[in-house]
Every structure is written in structure tokens, then in C-alpha cells.
Design a protein around this ligand. Structure first.
Ligand code: ZN
Ligand code: ZN
Length: 428
């Protein structure tokens, strides 16, 4: 039973959500959809890989300046920031990622990639379009809110570097430290749904490289060598015990050795072997525990084999777990429910995918990150399967050469951002 106080808090929350949704409706009633669709198609035709997003960054910065934002570029490499100070109130950061993937597009779209082997296969072109649309609508409607809008075009999400690079480059010292961060991602699913999770929404991912140093020699005289191939084989096998023997059954974790490399010929024992693996985890404690176990097992196997040198264990690209601030996410989910209908917002539970968006939290800033489904209605209808889960497996997903979000999701994605920002900014 809710206490009277909780009841009142809930009512205030609901009023606030209704007001933010109504204001968002009026600020986005006249979106320049033709211009936004042109921007989307232009970005889709010209994808750029992580840390090479010069053209994309310039396109976004130009839109932000035209809307009245003060902008800066080259942050952390190719990052863009735009700021609009509009009186007292919270500072809200809205983020879009800029980069494309080394994927050869097979959509057959009239606006398909013109860069061979590079494609916006994760929908970041749509994210930039959404952000540009939200910038225009919120700037034009600045009489309706007060506070500071801080828009970020972040490079290198796919490689997990961009957010951390922007923070290291003084993003918050140069502009402002935000009070709340908001982000959203295009995902498969019948266009018109807004999945929200008031807590853990995306897993952490960690890439690890191990080099085993042996002593090379002739294949006929193993007694004069330390064979790194055999040690690497034991290591790969033993690593399978990390999840099965060291992590509690109730935890979700994946350890995959995706690459193993050693040697040149049949009769040469090589001097080293290399192993590359990736981890997916849902808590920092489990991640730390797995990294510790991997280091221990690598050192143990090399010690057992008599390797002349200790192995090198390098923790590479890392994506932290994405854990929404429950209060912020519930508020924004309520606003989206108000805007699009309660049935369009639901909690799908955490995904095993990963994001570097949480790096922007710099340890303590609360954030909300949600999904926007973008599969075109006809593609969804024709997909085999009786229920949502079966159809989801059948339609093109992020990173697929066939991933093609419906341009009709441009307006809704602008509205989710505008209404989310209004939920946090002060009403005028
Ligand atoms: Zn991606
Ligand atoms: Zn992505």
C-alpha cells in the first residue's frame, strides 16, 4: 500500500509527466521533416568509421549553430558539443553517437552507403538526425523551458573510445557539468515502441588480449623448447571454468575466446601464441572477478609450462554496464507513455549488448537511456513468426548489412528526446 506521502509524490510525478508531454507536443508540432529526412539520407550515404567522423560532426555542428547553439568541435578527436544557456535550471545533456561500421551495405536502399565497405549499420545516422531535430525544436521553443541544454555528438561509440575521450578532453570543464544525461538507440522491433528499463539496461563488454611467451625451436625436439601452442590450448580450456566455476549461477556472464593465433609451419614450435577474448557482464564486481581470474589462470598456465617470461594480459576496449537512474528513467518513461500511449512503453529487461554512453556519467551523473524501435511496418509484418520474440529474430538487427530503420521514425525519435529534456528542464 502506498503511504499518503508516496501517493502525493506519484501524483506530482504524473502531473509533471503530462505537462512535459503536452509541451513537447506543441514544440514538435511543426518539425521540418523534409529537411530532417534529407539530413538522414545524406548521413546514411556518407558513413564514417570511428574517430573519422569529420563530415558527420560538421553536419551536426552546422545544424546546432543554425538553431542558436554555441558549438565546439574536435573534442576527444571528432566530438561536437553545442550549448544553449536559457536561464536558471538544470543542465541536461542529450547525446547522439556519430560513427558507422566496417560493414558492406546490402539494403538496396536508394540512399545506400556510397563508401565501399562502410555502413551506418547501427542507426547512428538516425541518432544524429534525432538530435538535430530536437536541437531545433527546443531552441525555437525556448520560451517554454529554462535551464541549459548541452548537446553532444560523440565519436567512436562502436570502438568504445569516444565518450571517455571527450571526458578526458575536458568536455565538462570547458562547458558545464550536466545534472542529467539522456541517450537513445535505434533497435529492431515494430516502429512505435519505446522500451525503458529503470536500472541495468545494457551489459558491460571487455576485450582482453593474452600473449603467451614460449621458447621456439624444431618440431622434432620439443625438449629444447617451451611450446606456447600447448600452453595456449590449456589456457583456452581452463578459461571455460571462469564462468562455470567462479561465477554464481544467478549472474549473467559470457566469456568467448574469439581468436587464437600461433606459428607458421608444421615443424616449427613458435615462440609465442596470442589469444583474444571478450567478456559480457552485468555488474562491475563480476567483471573485476573475471578479469582477476583470467590473469591468474594465464599466469598459472605459463608457470606450469615453464614459460621463460610471464604472459602479457592486456585489458583493451571496455564498455561499462549501462545502469539507468531509476527515478529519471521512470519519469521519462511516464512522459513517453503520455506522449505515445501507455502501451508503447514497456520494460524488456537488460540486453547483453553494450554502450560507452555511461562513460559520460563521469562516475556520478544520473542518466536515462532507452530504445526506439525502427523496423518498417511492412518488413515487420512480412517477418515470419507468430510473436514479438520470433519476429525480432527474423528482422535485420543492428550491425546487419540489411539494417534499415524506417525514416518514419525520425519524428518520434525527435519527440522522445524533446519530451525527455523537458521532463528534466524547469518549466518556464
Ligand atoms: Zn553498434
Ligand atoms: Zn549503436
Amino acid at each position: 500500500m502506498p503511504t499518503p506521502a508516496a501517493h502525493t509524490a506519484h501524483a506530482v510525478h504524473a502531473d509533471h509527466a503530462v505537462r512535459a508531454a503536452r509541451t513537447a507536443e506543441s514544440l514538435t508540432a511543426d518539425l521540418p521533416l523534409t529537411a530532417l529526412e534529407d539530413l538522414y539520407r545524406d548521413l546514411h550515404r556518407h558513413p564514417e568509421l570511428s574517430l573519422h567522423e569529420h563530415r558527420t560532426a560538421a553536419a551536426l555542428a552546422g545544424r546546432l549553430r543554425a538553431a542558436g547553439f554555441e558549438t565546439a568541435d574536435g573534442i576527444g578527436g571528432t566530438g561536437v558539443a553545442g550549448i544553449l544557456r536559457n536561464g536558471d535550471g538544470p543542465t541536461v545533456l542529450l547525446r547522439a553517437d556519430l560513427d558507422a561500421l566496417p560493414v558492406k551495405e546490402e539494403t538496396g536502399l536508394p540512399y545506400a552507403s556510397e563508401v565501399d565497405g562502410v555502413m551506418h549499420a547501427c542507426g547512428h545516422d538516425l541518432h544524429v538526425t534525432w538530435l538535430a531535430g530536437a536541437a531545433g525544436a527546443l531552441a525555437a521553443g525556448r520560451d517554454a523551458w529554462s535551464g541549459t541544454l548541452f548537446l553532444v555528438g560523440q565519436p567512436a561509440e562502436e570502438s568504445g573510445q569516444g565518450a571517455a575521450r571527450m571526458i578526458a578532453d575536458g568536455l565538462y570543464e570547458r562547458f558545464a557539468r550536466p545534472d542529467v544525461l539522456l541517450g537513445q538507440h535505434a533497435v529492431p522491433g515494430p516502429a512505435g515502441l519505446y522500451p525503458h528499463v529503470p536500472g541495468l539496461i545494457m551489459a558491460a563488454a571487455t576485450e582482453i588480449d593474452i600473449v603467451v611467451h614460449g621458447r621456439g625451436g624444431h618440431g622434432s625436439r620439443p625438449e629444447t623448447t617451451v611450446d606456447p601452442v600447448v600452453t595456449a590450448a590449456y589456457l583456452v580450456t581452463r578459461l571455460q571454468t571462469v564462468v562455470s566455476r567462479e561465477i554464481a549461477a544467478g549472474e549473467a556472464a559470457v566469456l568467448t575466446v574469439g581468436r587464437i593465433e600461433a606459428g607458421t609451419r608444421h615443424n616449427i614450435i613458435p615462440a609465442e601464441a596470442r589469444i583474444a577474448l571478450s567478456l559480457r557482464t552485468r555488474s562491475e564486481q563480476v567483471r573485476e572477478r573475471m578479469i582477476g581470474a583470467i590473469r591468474r589462470i594465464a599466469h598459472g598456465e605459463c608457470l606450469a609450462a615453464g614459460c621463460p617470461r610471464e604472459p602479457e594480459v592486456t585489458v583493451g576496449a571496455t564498455f561499462p554496464a549501462t545502469v539507468n537512474d531509476a527515478g529519471t528513467d521512470r519519469l521519462i518513461a511516464a512522459v513517453h507513455g503520455e506522449l505515445f500511449g501507455a502501451g508503447t512503453v514497456f520494460d524488456p529487461g537488460p540486453a547483453m549488448g553494450s554502450e560507452d554512453f555511461p562513460e559520460l556519467a563521469a562516475g556520478s551523473i544520473p542518466y536515462a537511456y532507452w530504445f526506439v524501435t525502427t523496423t518498417p511496418p511492412d518488413v515487420w509484418e512480412q517477418a515470419p513468426g507468430a510473436d514479438l520474440a520470433a519476429k525480432l529474430d527474423a528482422v535485420p538487427s543492428n550491425h546487419s548489412p540489411h539494417f534499415a530503420p524506417d525514416p518514419s521514425t525520425i519524428a518520434p525519435g525527435v519527440r522522445t528526446l524533446v519530451s525527455g529534456a523537458l521532463a528534466v528542464l524547469s518549466p518556464a
